[in-house]
Write a protein that binds this ligand. Structure first.
Ligand code: NAI
Length: 323
């Protein structure tokens, strides 16, 4: 099969002056894309700025025979980043929201500034850049967007409440952008990377750190952004040459009352708790409509508990009457 190329495509990678973003930019540059290398060039905690980071990656892409331009805006002004793509290359096809900072503190010590800075770069930055690119994608009937989340968001991590909240916010943002973009062939997915970078150098054990090369994740992100990739609205975790889809599942659960005229007592909840929290046979729901649909069928069963669909029949829900 032919190699997957990005000739003629314009790719914006935010925070591309180092770490994962640099690896993404270099890969896209080597596969024929015109790359906007955005990087504010600041410190790990969001302090300072410099053009050096973006410039060095642009130079590297050019040295390898690729096409790239630097952009030094903060992603908080994401619309300016997208303007750089349009001004220089006349279009944009792919947006990778990757820029990030950390301001780790245990939960009670997080200041408003620690909260706001982290949310501004990760969540607002991704919102601003994506919102600026979206109408262009819509007009051309094509676009690929990647949001960058983290295991700290999916599972929580001590000392990262501000970061976790922003990173999980990006999952919600991506889920809705994926729905709104689908009919215009705009796909939006989430990458959950684990890689060696300045953000992780003092967090990961040294032997593990050495193996977690950003270059092993870049092909996963590139594939998600190729025109042949149908994936949309997914969370893909990747590290060390491995990738897998993550998803939110819902337990089969349990009805907390027997019929529609019953109330739900706290004791009903206690008595059902094992079934409420049993994730054996848990399912991924494809949409909010599916979730609402199940709710409607539960209500029907409660209204007609002795009907063909009612009772403890081993279907999705079973009744546990405690009276
Ligand atoms: P990194 O620190 O090497 O790269 C991030 C880049 O973003 C830096 O070059 C920085 O200058 C730039 N940046 C920061 N604020 C910016 C702003 N306001 N505007 C434009 N550029 C800005 O870090 P790394 O590890 O490559 O992180 C990339 C993304 O991956 C981040 O969103 C991070 O949260 C996420 N991530 C990384 C993990 C890892 O294991 N390295 C784990 C989970 C998520």
């Amino acid at each position: 099969m032919a190699d997957l190329r990005f000739d003629g495509r314009v790719v914006v990678v935010t925070g591309a002056g180092a770490g994962l973003g640099r690896a993404y930019a270099l890969l896209f540059g080597s596969r024929g894309a015109k790359v906007v290398v955005n990087d504010l060039g600041g410190g790990r905690h969001g302090d300072g700025s410099s053009s050096k980071a973006a410039d060095s990656v642009v130079d590297e892409i050019k040295r390898n025979g690729g096409i790239a331009v630097a952009d030094y805006n903060s992603v908080v002004d994401g619309d300016k980043v997208i303007k750089t793509a349009l001004d220089n290359f006349g279009r944009i096809d792919v947006l990778i929201n990757n820029a990030g900072i950390l301001r780790d503190k245990s939960f009670v010590r997080i200041s408003d500034q620690d909260w706001d800075l982290v949310h501004n770069v990760h969540l607002k930055g991704s919102f601003k850049a994506t919102q600026a690119a979206f109408p262009v994608f819509k007009k051309q009937g094509y676009g690929r967007i990647v949001m960058t989340s983290s295991n700290s968001g999916l599972y929580g991590n001590f000392g990262q409440a501000n970061y976790s909240a922003a990173k999980m916010g990006l999952v919600g943002l991506a889920s809705t952008v994926a729905i709104e973009g689908a009919k215009s062939n705009i796909h939006c997915n989430v990458i959950v990377p684990t890689a060696a970078s300045r953000l992780t150098e003092d967090i990961l054990p040294p032997d593990l750190y050495a193996e977690l090369k950003p270059e092993l994740i870049a092909p996963v992100v590139a594939y998600l952004c190729h025109e042949s990739c149908e994936e949309n609205g997914s969370i893909i975790e990747s590290a060390a040459g491995w990738a897998g889809k993550c998803t939110i599942v819902r337990a089969k659960g349990n009805l907390l009352r027997s019929k529609i005229s019953d109330i739900v007592t706290v004791e009903n909840v206690r008595d059902s708790w094992e079934k409420v929290t049993d994730i054996t046979g848990a399912e991924r729901l494809a949409s909010i409509q599916e979730a609402t649909g199940q709710l409607m069928s539960d209500l029907e069963r409660l209204s007609n508990p002795t009907g063909p669909e009612g009772g403890s029949d081993g279907n999705t829900f079973s009744f546990t009457s405690k009276d």
